[in-house]
Design a protein. Sequence first.
Lengths: 572, 199
Amino acid sequence: MAEHHHDHNDHHDEGFWRKYIFSVDHKVIGIQYGITSLFFLLVGFCLMLAMRWQLANPESAFITQDQYNMFGAMHGTIMVFLGVVPLAVGAFGNYMVPIQVGAPDMAFPRLNMASYWVYFVGGVVMMLGFLTPGGAAQSGWTSYAPLSVLAGKGAFWDGQTMWLLGMIFLITSSLLGSANIIVTIFQLRAPGLTFMRLPFFIWTQLVTSFLLLLAFPPLEAAGILQLMDRVAGTSFFMPSGLVVSDVVQDYSGGSPLLWQHLFWFLAHPEVYVLILPAMGIVGEIIANNTRKPLWGYKSMVYASIFLGFMSFMVWAHHMYMTGMGTAISAFFQATTMIISIPSVIILTAFFISLWGGAIRFNTPMLFALGFLPMFGIGGLTGLPLGLNTSDIHLHDTYYVIGHFHYVVAPGTIFALFAGIYYWYPKVTGKRMNETLGKIHFFGSMICMNLVFMPMFGMGLAGVSRRLWDGGVSYAHAQEVLNLNTFSTHGAIGLAFFQLFFIFNFFGSLFSKEKADDNLWQATTLEWCAAPSPPIPHLNFATIPEVHRGPYEYSVPGHNTDFLPQTLKKTEA
Amino acid sequence: MDIPYTVKPRPDTGVYNGKMGIWLFLASEVMLFGALFSTLILLYIGSPEGVWHNSVKKLNVPVATLNTILLITSSVTIVMSWASLKMNNLGRYKVFMAVTILLSVGFLVIKGFEYGEKFSHGYFPKTNTFYAIYFTMTGLHALHIIGGVVVNLYLLLPGAKMWYTEPERFTNRIECSGLYWHFVDLVWIFLFPILYLML
């Protein structure tokens, strides 16, 4: 690190590779994360389009059954682990956390670079799965044993093995990244930036990082164990006397439920990893565009911390159907009801923050406002799944798919779009086109609902998820089959409206107009103390000093309607 | 301008960046091994009467005891190496660090022979769930030891030149490496009685 130390001081010219590819500057790494994860989101989206086409036209056999399974498993994996989390934590976290806390860089710049490249390798390894003879992993994004262990049994060059290796890389990457973010927030806060003066976005990043740090290792352990099952022939997840195609399998003594426990011990906190940064982004944008402080900022902070704690205690509500017993189910049902409270507190605080504000309806704000009801639908439809009686009917149906997609797609992804529109001027110095942005928003808003709303109907009718023919061969599904077509039309429309975003995203780079340093007249450090884009390597000419809370908007008795965090009390 | 608190502790948190980083990393390691210990307990409860006990009896307790002694000693020597730097004695640091590395390599060599002995008698991870978890956990622990040896070798040889430019920062590095080393030692202190003595 000694060499790096000098780079900071003399700031000599670096070569292309050092500056853009193997950079240690958190801003470059954030952009790398952003581009890579947006690309993966597009890949995951395309897989979904192929599946939706198949579901609407099952007789066409557009993709084979194996391909359907592959696309399904990889769609989930790519969206969660290669798309949304790296975008929310890798890109936004990396780029915004140091600037918002007034730090020259992340605490460990070289570790930061490592975490990006490990993520990149993990993504490549995952995608290599498609090139293996058996194709990519086919056992769902949850990779339940024994199915996953038996898939391409014993082969090392196999989609499932690549999935496991890819996961181990991704977990390592998020571990390095999250430790870095936590240390940056605790150690590198600018003078005067006390914890209760941190923007809500920083709080959500902090809680998210703790979740990543502590919840991911058990999945790493589970991944190692499954790798052992596949490659070394152990029976961690394989029960005794398992018969497949009339052949008794050579395994004994393991427990398939163990995999589910270890998997969901990660994957439930993962849900909050997906949603918390989204809430953070929405908080920033709502405060800024209502020109009001966030209502109940402290309650929101405590709610997100509580959410973080509780998320470790609800994992088995994904497993009501495993017959683990009513006492345990009752426990997890209770914790699940409890965890809905902090989410509701945060959402309610957002709604109350809107009350009486002079709202500016620009593109980021529209996406943030779109997030609120969409996440609301996602959250409320989750309650019947958390109660184990109603879950018996709804488990593994399209209802579940509708529920979590409402949380993640029009929920989290809308918030991420909001963040992109909001911070794009900060990162590039250019502003994104508002008209295209609004077309993108209204089109996506309508299409998202067209895609996911019908799924509730199908699920309530009892149509299972992961059906290649969309339910054609099931008597009980006949009445709702037309919803499949409906949903597919929505998906095609959604694809069409994303073209506006892609065009806007790249086209705006060439816009001649330079964005103001504090375009949105915001109070937080990244807007009020750093130029757009921030100066390379150091962010700030001098480390800013913080004198006030994060959202001092419309403070009575002042000429301006916002008081930057750097403004001294006496100057105001 | 530099990244603050890379060397000196931040007054309100009381630690420098690296130390907080290593503690967070260890927290995640606790979760990693915690998941594996939970797996061990669950598999043990599900195993048929006597199978695990009979497998445990085939493990070599004296050799594992020797290994435990080696690891605990190495934990002491790495503290001594850090203390030597605190007392401005680079030569003694190098001696203690070299001893630490030798002890760790000794651990690995003995572990290797122990594995070899098991393999030659036909005990593989595949044999039953006890051997599966035994080989997985001790194997993962051995990987951690290898990681530690690589870092310590770096700190002993090429990394040591930092002492002449930034002595305090270098001393901090040894402290962080030492914390990690204590953790690896601690994992073994749990593994040894549970795998060799208790079941």
